[in-house]
Design a protein around this ligand. Structure first.
Ligand code: GLC
Length: 553
């Protein structure tokens, strides 16, 4: 029996403590040299992830897609987009990952499809009132001639949430709902055919052997009956993280869908898992997604959004453990993903340039690189000591900052276009990652082509350079992951310690963890022996923007 088979025994619930590494396929490794990463590229680099010491990988979408939202617009849920390879390439990648004891989670996008999906094309042709239209959210417009959208909802990507279609006889017709881009029409999740189709899609990937799903926009699938008007309060988070009651976020009905899916996964052996992407205003609400018969995990976005501030950090950890614990679920932790400014830059943002809108060449108040990296490394040192499951985003193990100088003509993210150029969008965290300092495209491929330009200074972050530097971020991550595994930190209790108002400190068994978020060094006492320092320092006082794991005599 391989180690994977042993821990896959029913009941082992690997996901409770796993460290899961997010691969953004188009920017990970490119085997064809066309400038876009692919599945054979991932397979060729799996040994680096085994070496890093992660338990699982989550792949952002690689299914057939016109790529209007980098693959989050799926045209065929049961096939691989030729950009990324073939289903056979997927099977090889999965088998190779499993052979290395790495589990594989795939991204499922059930809130909306691409407008090129066969069902949507059929809906356009079939006309108002047809069963084909009933799979999506089509409505007649308001106004004398239906020329106004059915309600006032605003798309997450900017502009209205409704698009008017031209009927097959050439006349202006109904409107369809799209929470995101107009090329991403929302499904109607009250429709039985939609429900059955997604059960079948789950089974398609489960039969191939995937270990679970990351569920995109898991809080948006059900809309309030009657689709009432709604205007967000000023400064509300567009993904729903800021407000209690929004008619398209966090509606009660979504929970029935996950209860249903839970049963589908339970038909399979090996503890398959669902992880929800649900941006909700409170941790109490977030915990509803992981009640025992629903999803297994959900992302802890309140943790990701926490500012570099001791009180706030302690509070979010305490609340996460309490709220997830109250429903019997592990907490998850995450600092970076493909939608947010990389945490090695984000944690040094100033009020001039708050997180959330991306950072571009013209943004005011660029974060200080050295402070960002120090805080980024310290934040990860805290995260990987916490009980529960942690998510890493490709490149953070190299300490990559946000790419902030992407010229306008290269930007591809939809929020950049809607409305034009007001938000820099998410391209800055999606740039292909560097593998080798002295190779074309830093080893991303052999040709030097990259779908987003890589900053020249990323040579210093290349994996081969960091491999041989004992003090590198890569070697810090490897050490943290090794110690975490050996000490079983993914489960068990956390005991708070008092290290003053500018620090967060706690104990995991005999291991102490402290992070200094203040402006003065923090004395830890003479009897400490360091296990890990987020950056090297002499003596026993913890420098600012630094975290450590240590024992006491
Ligand atoms: C999720 C994805 C994001 C995408 C959106 C629409 O938030 O993480 O990248 O744009 O859903 O599918």
């Amino acid at each position: 029996m391989t180690e994977l088979e042993q821990i896959a025994a029913p009941g082992s619930e690997w996901w409770r403590s796993a460290v899961i590494y997010q691969i953004y396929p188009r920017s990970f490794a490119d085997s064809t040299g066309d400038g876009i990463g692919d599945l054979p590229g991932i397979t060729s680099r799996l040994s680096a992830l085994q070496d890093l010491g992660v338990d699982a990988i989550w792949l952002s979408p690689f299914m057939t897609s016109p790529q209007k939202d980098a693959g989050y617009d799926v045209a065929d849920y049961r096939d691989v987009d030729p950009l990324f390879g073939t289903l056979a390439d997927f099977d090889t990648m999965l088998a190779e990952a499993h052979a290395r004891d790495i589990r594989v989670i795939v991204d499922l996008v059930p809130n909306h499809s691409s407008d090129q999906h066969e069902w949507f094309q059929q809906a356009l042709k079939a006309g108002p009132g047809s069963p084909e239209r009933a799979r999506y959210v089509f409505r007649d417009g308001k106004g004398a001639n239906g020329e106004l959208p059915p309600n006032n909802w605003q798309s997450v990507f900017g502009g209205g949430m409704w698009e008017r279609v031209t009927e097959s006889d050439g006349t202006p017709g109904q409107w369809y709902l799209h929470i995101f881009d107009p090329t991403q029409p929302d499904f109607d999740w009250t429709n039985e055919e939609v429900k059955e189709e997604f059960r079948s899609i789950l089974r398609f990937w489960l039969d191939r052997g995937v270990d679970g799903f990351r569920v995109d926009v898991a809080h948006g699938m059900v809309k309030e009956a009657g689709l009432p008007d709604y205007a967000p309060v000023a400064d509300a988070d567009s993904m729903g993280g800021g407000e209690a009651s929004v008619p398209y976020w966090g509606q009660d009905g979504v929970h029935d869908i996950y209860r249903d899916w839970h049963k589908v996964l339970a038909e399979y052996d090996g503890d398959r898992a669902l992880c929800g992407e649900a941006w909700l205003p409170t941790l109490k609400q977030t915990a509803l997604w992981v009640r025992p018969d629903e999803m297994h995990q959900t992302f802890n976005f309140p943790y990701l959004m926490t500012p570099w501030e001791a009180k706030a950090l302690a509070e979010v950890i305490r609340e996460s453990l309490d709220e997830f614990g109250s429903v019997g679920a592990p907490s998850t932790w995450v600092l970076s993903n493909h939608d947010v400014v990389r945490h090695a830059s984000r944690l040094a943002l100033t009020a001039d340039n708050p997180q959330g809108e991306g950072i571009g060449p013209n943004s005011p108040g660029k974060p200080d690189a050295a402070i960002g990296l120090a805080r980024g490394r310290a934040a990860t040192t805290v995260m990987l000591s916490l009980p529960g499951s942690s998510y890493l985003y490709q490149g953070e193990e190299l300490g990559l900052p946000e790419a902030m100088e992407i010229p306008d003509e290269f930007r591809q993210d939809p929020p950049w276009y809607r409305p034009t150029g007001e938000r820099d969008g998410r391209d800055g965290c999606r740039v292909p990652i560097p593998w080798q300092a002295d190779a074309p495209a830093f080893g991303f491929n052999d040709t030097g082509s990259a779908w987003l330009p890589q900053p020249a200074e990323w040579a210093t972050f290349a994996r081969d350079v960091e491999e041989s530097d004992e003090s590198s971020t890569l070697n810090l991550y490897k050490k943290l992951l090794r110690e975490r595994r050996e000490r079983g930190l993914g489960s068990g209790a956390l005991v708070w310690e008092d290290c003053g108002a500018d620090a967060v400190a706690f104990r995991r068994g005999e291991l102490h963890v402290a992070v200094n978020l203040g402006t003065e060094p923090l004395p830890l006492g003479d009897d400490v022996t360091f296990v890990v320092q987020s950056q090297a320092f002499e003596g026993t006082a913890l420098p600012v923007n630094t975290a450590a794991w240590y024992t006491k005599a």
